[in-house]
Design a protein around this ligand. Structure first.
Ligand SMILES: Nc1ncnc2c1ncn2[C@@H]1O[C@H](COP(=O)(O)OP(=O)(O)O)[C@@H](O)[C@H]1O
Ligand SMILES: [Mg+2]
Length: 267
């Protein structure tokens, strides 16, 4: 094996689904994102780690159109989405979940599945769903797909539960299922196992792996080191808004800059 010295991110991807260039974002005097240039290879599970406050969630918000950029550009499938609204970015094939999933007041799991992932997808089919007499072929197909996904993620028994009654872990699984509903080209998960019990975390690991084997690309922020080291390759490390390095789990684990960032950081 040849030894490689990584300077920031590896930008030699063959077929990147997602590319960013020089992303910048400040909140008052604080630079949360500082010149972030990354690529995510199609078919990969790319991890993203970094100490608390490194700017990971902010980066997801910038990429998915939830925050306006101060500078930089974003492409999904080679289509520029730099100034796109979240639903427009979703339409190009990029879906994200939230670190804290929104509870859908007054909706059952079935209904939540049918309104798409969070506020990102503009159009809702729920009004049609609530009037069963008017349910057409497409809506019927959506309902069947929702049921199939809930079964796949082993939460079909929750289908008629109000989403407000779910545990944190169950909500994470519903979020994953809702995100998959739209068949995204790339799925951004923000801490998919935060606050989830170890059994459910193992299930989530298995589901992500299986989806990836079927071709699903992931970019995953995760705080749980064993989880992300086991699942992702490559891993991008952020620190103080910048890309510190990108490498294999092994390279990241042994990198002195990464060790220093975590020791010197908030944790
Ligand atoms: N909407 C916001 N307004 C002000 N500051 C923010 C906002 N979002 C994030 N920040 C700040 O940006 C920095 C990076 O935050 P965040 O992206 O959430 O980090 P991470 O997800 O890596 O823990 C933090 O200092 C945080 O307080
Ligand atoms: Mg975060």
């Amino acid at each position: 094996m040849t030894e490689m010295i990584y300077e920031g991110a590896n930008l030699d991807k063959q077929d990147p689904v997602l590319r960013t260039e020089g992303l910048k974002k400040s909140f008052g005097g604080l630079t949360a994102t500082n010149d972030v240039t990354i690529q995510v290879e199609r078919g990969s599970i790319t991890g993203m780690i970094g100490p608390n406050g490194a700017g990971k969630s902010t980066l997801f918000n910038l990429i998915s159109g939830f925050y306006d950029l101060d500078a930089g550009r974003v492409w999904v499938n080679n289509e520029e989405v730099t100034d796109a609204e979240p639903h427009e970015t979703a339409r190009t094939g990029l879906i994200r979940t939230f670190q804290t999933p929104r509870r859908l007041e007054g909706m059952t799991v079935r209904e939540a599945m049918l309104v798409g992932p969070g506020p990102q997808v503009g159009e809702s089919i729920i009004p049609l769903f609530l009037r069963p007499g008017t349910v057409k072929k497409q809506e019927r197909a959506n309902i069947e797909e929702a049921e199939r996904l809930l079964e796949r993620f082993e939460i079909d028994h929750l289908i008629d539960q109000p989403s407000t009654d779910l545990s944190g872990g169950q909500l994470k699984l519903v979020e994953l299922a809702r995100a998959i509903m739209t068949e995204p080209d790339i799925l951004l998960l923000d801490e998919p196992v935060a606050g989830v019990n170890p059994t459910l975390a193992n299930d989530i690991n298995r589901f992500i792996r299986e989806l990836n084997e079927e071709g699903q690309t992931f970019l995953i922020i995760e705080h749980d080191m064993p989880f992300i080291m086991d699942l992702a390759d490559p891993i991008i490390v952020l620190d103080q808004g910048r890309v510190l390095m990108e490498g294999t789990p092994e390279e990241v684990r042994n990198d002195q800059r990464v060790i220093d960032a975590y020791l010197g950081g908030a944790e």
